[in-house]
Design a protein around this ligand. Sequence first.
Ligand code: SF4
Length: 355
Amino acid sequence: MTKRDILDWLSTPEPERESLYRQADEVRRTHMGDAVHLRGIIEFSNVCANDCLYCGLRRSNVALRRYRMAPDEILDVARRMAEWGQMTVVLQSGESPSRAGDRALGELIARIKRETPLAVTVSVGNRPRGTYAYWRDCGMDRYLLRFETSDADLYRRLHDGGSLEERLACLESLRALGVQVGSGFMIGLPGEDLDRLAENIYLCAALDLDMIGIGPYIPNPDTPMGNEPNAWAAAPEMFFVAIAVLRLACPTAHIPATTAFDAVFPGRGRDLALQRGANVFMPNSTPGRYRRDYQLYPNKPCVDEESGDCAACVLLRLKAIGRTIAIGPGHSRRNTAWASTVADSRKKNPGPSNF
Ligand code: SF4
């Protein structure tokens, strides 16, 4: 797989795109099967210390009512997820590091692992390696941390001076700790061309990721980038071309049909993504009263529903496209070495008392 291959696929002319989609769907079926893994997201806090230019949760956005869910409230949801077919809980929040908060998150992970059969994915941003190790020893199975763009200058401009190098170092730490690693990028950040899109996909392949989440960049009017349109706004089919090429480049990665696809193609975006390379669906399991305050971008779907409604809806959507729900946690298909590394470490480290 070379950048040239990726670029050639991305350049597929419009009349041949259905054939590209069919190829991606076949690769997905061969390597990942027809069953779709459900990973329920709990957006447990919208507090963020960062000021990323595109994001509705940025600290300068005063239009938001900030919240933090209590651990017992999060556990109440997690305890019901297995009956909804969601065998992974994704704990997601803004980036707000503190020793007390990070310790509390570790204790929550340990309780979820003790009290439910769920795999635990965490997505709360950059942290030192020691914190990731602590969470792993508490039971964390996976970590999601998107690099968002492979352009280091653009990364710095978008992320309040933060560096791509630091983000990639976090991914490297997680990988070295034996945690299953997910990353990805936004499709169509301002200025993106086919070369940059190819670079982004190539970086996903080079990082040898277990999970890869990509979704359209959607300008948020409550941010400084509200007037900067998606680079592919006039050709939104490129979002699906990107996911199809990603599947061809990374045949054994878990690839979610991300929520942002539904924001651009209401009611069908995620279904189409599942038919063009994706194999994971991430229902929103955040209690309904918090959802309006976790809008990274406008027109985010499912913000009016009570917790549980998404669980019912996803079953109907999967049935309509002839897919089933996967049984089991859906761990990485590409690397099983992590399992023994983590088991060894957990034996040596008692977890919460060690942080
Ligand atoms: S992208 Fe993440 S770190 Fe940046 S402002 Fe949004 S929630 Fe915070």
